[in-house]
Every structure is written in C-alpha cells, then in structure tokens.
Ligand binder design. Structure first.
Ligand code: NAG
Length: 312
C-alpha cells in the first residue's frame, strides 16, 4: 500500500481529533490560533552529502540566542516544510525563545519519510535520517549553536522519523518528542524498499519484547554506548492510521533501551496534561508516555509542554 492514499485520509483527520469526539469538545483546552512568525524562513540548498535528496528549510528568529538551541520539526505525510512552519507552533516559539528550527522536507511524492530502508535505519547510512543529521551539523557550525541543546519532534510520519532519528543519531539529540508514530524499525521493509508502507506495523500487529525492540535500536548504530536522548511519546487510543498498539510497542522499545520495566512506570497521572490523557514516567522523566484516551490520529501538538520537556 502506498502512503498517499492512507495519508490523504490521515490529512483529513489531522486537527479533527478534537471535534471527532464530542465529549472532548467541552473538556479539552482550546488551541490558541497561531500567530505569524516574524523571522526568516528559507531553503538551504547545500548542506553536505544528501544522497536521499531530502530538502532543508530553516527558520531563524529575528533575535537568535547566543549559542542557540536547535529544534528539528518533522512534518507528517502530505506535509511540507512550509506547511509545518506555518501550521506547527515551533516558529512562534523560536521567536519567543531564540532557538533555530530546522524544517526538513521529504523528497518523495506523498511526502512521507523513509522509515523502512536499511539505509535510513543506519547511522550514516545515506538515507533520510543521514540527511537530517547533516542539516543539524550544518546549523551547529553556521550558527555556533549549542550541541547539547539539539531536539527533535514530529507527528505521524514525522513522529516515526523522530524515533528513527533518536535511534540512529543518539549522540546528536538531547530529547525527542513523538506524536502518533511507530517504534524505530517497525516499518522495516523485508525487500529493502525505500519509503514503503508496512501494514503489519500500522495495524498494530507487531508485538515484540523490550529486548527485541532495543536490539533493533542498538543495531542502527552498532558499537555506540554513549548517552541517548530522553523521549516523550504521545498517542491517541482511537488512532485508525497508526494503531494505538504502536504506543505500547514504542514504550517497550525505549524501556528496553534504557533498562526500565514497561509495566512499572515510576509515576502514573490520570487526566494529565488534560482530561482523558494519562501520563506515565520512567527514570525521572527520561521516558514519558502520554496516552490520549478517545483521541484519533494524530494527537494535537502541545508546543509549550514540548518546550518544558526540552528545557527551553
Ligand atoms: C514489516 O515490519 C516488520 C518489523 O516491524 C517486519 O518484520 C516485516 O517483515 C515488515 N513487512 C514487510 C512486508 O516488509
């Protein structure tokens, strides 16, 4: 199955998660309308080797902090860098906080991210993950940015890619936030296809142990044993594009990597951060899961909460 047909329906669902469930209409915090960002949004044509052909768009606020942080914000299928620049809260937040935003853009028709090929699932493997890492390296150098404050966030296909970035470039990111994605490696294609759909994963039929999931992550960067990003995972219970079982499997994956028991979170807070959502934490917030009861695909972005998780 090709991404486009799936994600045309996904697009129709984007932003409708709230209205689809009448009970939430009254109870969910209204999302403030986005204000226009005031800095510069532009494409960077040359940023180093880019065999997979991903495009690089950069948002720089008018007042960039000294040694700024970098947030990589990865769009959903059918999305573009420009659509995510204007439709996500990260450019406005950059205006407030002085960080730089990288908006990568998928090179494929349908604009999903390649989370299926061996090359994208490998550190320096030449795929989309490698391209995004090269965008980060370019930005670190060009803006004298703080290598300890590089973050990644994305939703849907961008959420899947966020898990892949955290797995393939653990040394690069301090934290990652996944909205409605799948575990790193869950879309792996047996035939080695680039940008392939994987029904078994999207339907939530992959059930692995934390050890198997963790090995998949370790194999994406063999020999690496340095620090890894802290992770926050959002998923809606009624997700009909990327089944909610992907929430549990993603939690198992990072629990396996960090050595936590997925069945024993340190804390469980119901109706947090809002009614119907439950927040689970492991390892003093190294891993945070937010399961959104009654919410579909995909969970609405929570920009201010993202800033808190990133420490910005
Ligand atoms: C789908 O992904 C799983 C791993 O999550 C893999 O075992 C399976 O072979 C993939 N399916 C195809 C058709 O490649």
């Amino acid at each position: 199955m090709k991404f486009l047909s799936y994600f045309s329906s996904a697009l129709a669902l984007l932003g409708s998660a709230v209205t689809a469930h009448p009970v939430f209409n009254e109870l969910m915090t209204p999302v403030a309308p986005l204000k226009r960002a005031t800095g510069a949004f532009q494409q960077v044509p040359n940023f180093g080797p880019n065999p997979s052909g991903a495009k690089f768009f950069l948002y720089t606020p008018n007042r960039i902090a000294e040694n700024p942080a970098i947030v990589v914000a990865i769009h959903y299928c059918t999305g573009t860098a420009r659509a995510y620049y204007s439709g996500s809260p990260y450019a406005q937040l950059a205006d407030q906080k002085g960080f730089i935003v990288i908006f990568p853009e998928s090179p494929y028709s349908g604009t999903c991210w390649d989370v299926s090929s061996r090359s994208t699932l490998t550190h320096n493997g030449g795929g989309n993950s490698n391209a995004i890492a090269n965008m980060v390296t370019w930005t670190l150098e060009r803006y004298n940015a703080d290598p300890k404050k590089v973050f990644v966030v994305g939703e849907s296909s961008g959420g899947m890619m966020t898990n892949v970035m955290a797995a393939t470039y653990p040394e690069m990111f301090a934290a990652g936030i996944v909205y409605s994605g799948t575990p790193a490696g869950c879309f792996y294609s047996q035939s080695g296809a680039v940008n392939a759909w994987n029904n078994t994963c999207s339907n939530g039929q992959i059930n692995s142990t934390p050890e198997v999931w963790a090995k998949m992550v370790f194999d994406m960067y063999p020999g690496y044993d340095g620090p890894r990003p802290k992770m926050q995972i959002y998923h809606g219970s009624n997700d009909n594009i990327l089944h909610a079982n992907n929430y549990r499997e993603t939690i198992k994956q990072w629990c396996g990597v960090f050595g936590y028991d997925p069945n024993r979170p340190d804390t469980t807070q119901s109706n947090t951060p809002q009614w119907g959502y439950t927040t689970y934490t492991w390892g003093n917030g190294q891993l945070v899961g937010v399961y959104a009861q009654g919410v579909g695909h995909s969970v609405p972005l929570r920009g201010q909460d993202d800033m808190r998780f990133f420490g910005l």
